[in-house]
Design a protein around this ligand. Structure first.
Ligand code: NAP
Length: 480
């Protein structure tokens, strides 16, 4: 499977090596070994991709919406047909267990299905001016060539969540996948060509020198929009770089999700929700529950039940049957988890389960539950990005909301209560773009995904997803 993936850059409908001839290695994090190498794009390749995307824009914008929708629909089907191959590829380069990788392929494909339906529903308007003399015709136009920069944690879905609306809207694009997981995006580019995406519409630049590729593209004048998913630090940097050309910008950034369990919560649902919100993707998700606040009356029982579930998970290579938890992405990712756990324990947190490396050549870490985590522990203010659940007890709703909102992030929060009145009152006060109410997973292609505060700008998916790729233009028409 790995050998069958193209290893070049995809520019103007052709596969080619980097202009410099450079390549970089892609690692299997479960073995800490190189899987293979791919082309390492530089500034010259970025220029070629911008030229290709710019040249294809006008004709692509003029295609019938139905045609663009049908391409997405075919791509949706091809992803499902190739689900096993794509899942294996993702497991090999990213580490997530095969069952989760299969789930990601299905989730990623749904973005194509959703946006195939949105392509034909781009609406405009017709309006009479207040004085009755003019008519205003309002239309939606593609913003133009877009740059899509994606992270390694969901190598396929974070791509289709951007590529889907860009195709539906009629934008050409350059995709820059994360350097840890380029193979999935290269495989996707081949599938998109098979689905009928014309030359120049989708270009892919793999690189391990992201700054040398992204910055000239943002400053170059061809790209009209940046859509970025990744860390808040890099998002902020790219927002600054986008200012010079006054680009449209969508940012899906980091999170620090609070997970609140009220005294009246259904504990079965809360434990199930915590397992999903914490352990989905090995804890390496922007939506991962990062701080679990549990009412003091149920804190001990919740901790015991969660620790039993977490302690029973099987850690190992994602390709092996029965494995629930794969390796972390790299040594640095595991090192950060080590530091955060020893900081919390050093400040008095208790380890109920886990708290150490799991055996194996790769970057394995045991699922961990910590209680009595003090408010000044570093893990409460940073993304843990690993299988570690810090628990804190609270005594009333005010305290829980204040603690939940005490962060610069605002992506998602989770709330567990069986009282509708409390659910609505607290949901309105949680300062996040999304709230999971008695539910540990909020992602859905038909819903507007996104954050507030330092978690980002704009929404992906839902009815709003395509708006991010459209401009409004109006025609003023005087009637004689
Ligand atoms: P990252 O380090 O910010 O990288 C994201 C992307 O930006 C990668 O393609 C990366 O390329 C590129 N990049 C890095 N430095 C750059 C630079 N100087 N100029 C231009 N591009 C640059 O994030 P990550 O570690 O891949 O992903 C984890 C982060 O993503 C977490 O913070 C997570 O919360 C966030 N995330 C957010 C969402 C959301 O929807 N809100 C979803 C998933 C993940 P390289 O790979 O070459 O470094």
């Amino acid at each position: 499977m790995v050998a069958a993936v193209p290893d070049g850059l995809f520019i103007g409908g052709e596969w080619r090596p980097a202009a410099s001839g450079a390549e970089f290695p892609v690692e299997d994090p479960s073995l800490a070994r190189t899987l293979r190498t791919v082309a390492d794009a530089g500034a010259e390749d970025a220029e070629a991709a911008a030229e290709a995307a710019g040249a294809a824009q006008e004709a692509w914008a003029a295609t019938a919406p139905r045609e663009r929708g049908e391409i997405l629909r075919r791509a949706y089907q091809l992803l499902l047909d190739r689900q096993e191959d794509l899942a294996l590829l993702m497991t090999l380069e990213m580490g997530k267990p095969l069952a989760e990788a299969r789930g990601e392929v299905a989730y990623a494909a749904e973005f194509f299905r959703w946006f195939s339906e949105e392509a034909v529903r781009i609406e405009g308007g017709y309006q009479t001016s207040p004085d009755g003399r003019d008519r205003f015709i309002v239309m939606r136009r593609p913003v133009g060539p877009v740059l899509l920069v994606t992270p390694w944690n969901f190598p396929l879905a974070m791509g289709t969540r951007k590529i889907g609306p860009a195709i539906a809207a009629g934008c050409t694009m350059i995709v820059k996948p994360a350097e840890q997981t380029p193979l999935t995006m290269l495989a996707l580019a081949a599938i998109m060509t098979e689905a009928g995406v014309p030359a120049g519409v989708l270009n892919v630049l793999t690189t391990n020198r992201p700054g040398e590729v992204v910055e000239p593209l943002l400053r170059g004048g061809v790209i009209r929009k940046l859509s970025f998913t990744g860390s808040t630090a890099i998002g902020r940097l790219l927002l600054e770089q986008s200012a010079q050309q006054v680009l449209r910008v969508s940012l899906e950034l980091g999170g620090n999700a609070p997970f609140i369990v009220c005294a009246d919560a259904d504990l079965d649902k809360a434990v199930e929700g915590a397992m999903a919100a914490k352990m989905r993707n090995i804890g390496e998700a922007c939506t991962a529950a990062n701080r679990l606040y549990v009412h003091e009356s149920v804190a001990a029982e919740f901790a015991e039940r969660l620790a039993a579930r977490m302690g029973a998970l099987t850690v190992g290579r994602g390709t092996e049957p029965g494995v629930d938890v794969g390796p972390l992405i790299d040594e640095a990712g595991r090192g950060k988890v080590d530091e955060l756990v020893s900081d919390a324990v050093g400040r008095g947190a208790k380890v109920l389960t886990g708290g150490e490396h799991a055996p194996g050549e790769g970057y394995f870490y045991t699922p961990t539950v910590l209680t009595d985590v003090p408010a000044d522990a570093a893990m409460l203010s940073q993304e843990i990005f690993g299988p570690v659940a810090p628990l804190l007890a609270f005594s009333d709703d005010e305290e829980a909301v204040a603690a939940a909102n005490d962060t610069e992030y605002g992506l998602v929060s989770y709330l567990f209560t069986e009282n509708l009145d409390r659910a609505l009152r607290l949901s309105e006060r949680l300062d996040t773009g999304m709230v999971g109410l008695n539910k540990g997973v909020v992602s859905n292609p038909a819903a507007p995904f996104g954050g507030v505060k330092h978690s980002g700008l704009g929404r992906e998916g839902g009815r709003m997803g395509i708006d991010e790729f459209l401009e409004t233009r109006y025609l003023a028409v005087p009637l004689g």
